[in-house]
Design a protein around this ligand. Sequence first.
Ligand code: SAH
Length: 404
Amino acid sequence: MTEIPKITLHSGKDQSPKRFHPWIFSGAVKKAPENIKNGDVVEVYSSKDEYLGTGHYQKGSIMIRLFSFEKIVPDASFWKSKIQHAFNYRKAIRLTNDANTNVYRLVYGEGDGLPGLVVDYYNGTAVIQAHSIGMYRERFQIADVLKEIYGEQLKAIYDKSKESLGVSINKLSTENGENAEVQNSYLYGSGGEKQVIENGHKLHIDWEEGQKTGFFIDQRENRSLVAQYASGKKVLDCFCYAGGFSVYALKAGAIEVHSVDSSKGAIKLTDANVALNFGQDTRQTSFLADAFDYLSNNPSKYDMMIIDPPAFAKHRDARHQAVTGYKRLNALAIKGIKPGGIIFTFSCSQVVDKYLFHGAITAAAIEAGRNVRILEYLSQPADHPISIYHPEGEYLKGMILYIE
Ligand code: SAH
């Protein structure tokens, strides 16, 4: 067996891996072998030559993503045990064998001790998304493990890493002497059933053409909460994408649902999902529009609003602008909703934490000049677990507001 390349950290930089934090920043690295390549598996040692962990190397601010804090050989049986743990956890939270839900996240990166890897399960199809070159290289081993764990139940595996690896991948792989361009493709099977059920709601999911891995699985529990409030309400589902919130609201007895998104594909998907559950339902209408414009032009119509925008900030330097965006958007919603109205508002920007988001909503309430109560704080569901050692894994937060 070839030896695993060794990385040595500067003195004092061993505290973070000793506390099981999976990221080693470039500034902590004292010594790395000269021939090290992006995506290589490396072992990390302290300045006193103590073993700290094993992970994937990739040039950049986060230089090593640790997937083990015990000395291991990253072979098929290692990946099997990691992914089996992730599966067992989903089983424990009752997602793997639920007659009413056959869509869930099987692997959520650092939250599952697998930094750089996301795997979503869609009714017999696994969609893999690598966020690091190292995990991208492991994709065939991971596909084999998925087949082993699911057996007959798994009909297809789709690799959708092109978007998540970003534009830099082709440059990086050239540096590695690999010229292959990253393309999304099936690693196993082809196609598969593109319809899932979530809490008994039917949903058409398109992992090939859709955003992210195809669906925003992370809002499952918040969609159920929307259902609890929607009966008899006129509801606005703003940034509707696949129309999940709209479908839940209709099923729960909303009297009218308007779904707004600026993407044609999203509107098509929403219409398809409404039709799939209710046929021609005259209670629902979709609007292809910018949400800010729509909210400005349509005040005082709704008893309930869902505001679920895309991440306004993907990086720290965009944080201020993002907070301004959340404030402006929520001020429009709070100003516009009917007295006694309910707003579900969300942020999925990892760099805007719950305190900052809370601040933006407070500022929006002050600007709107209305009395606002907080009914509940919302978060991401348990199939998007946050490791206690990696608080950065928390990204989705929301609030239910009552507006007088
Ligand atoms: N609520 C959805 C997920 C929303 S994702 C669900 O539960 O599935 C964010 C959506 O916002 C995307 O569909 C994107 O097309 C849309 N979007 C982005 N910018 C927008 C804008 N300015 N106005 C309206 N929609 C926008």
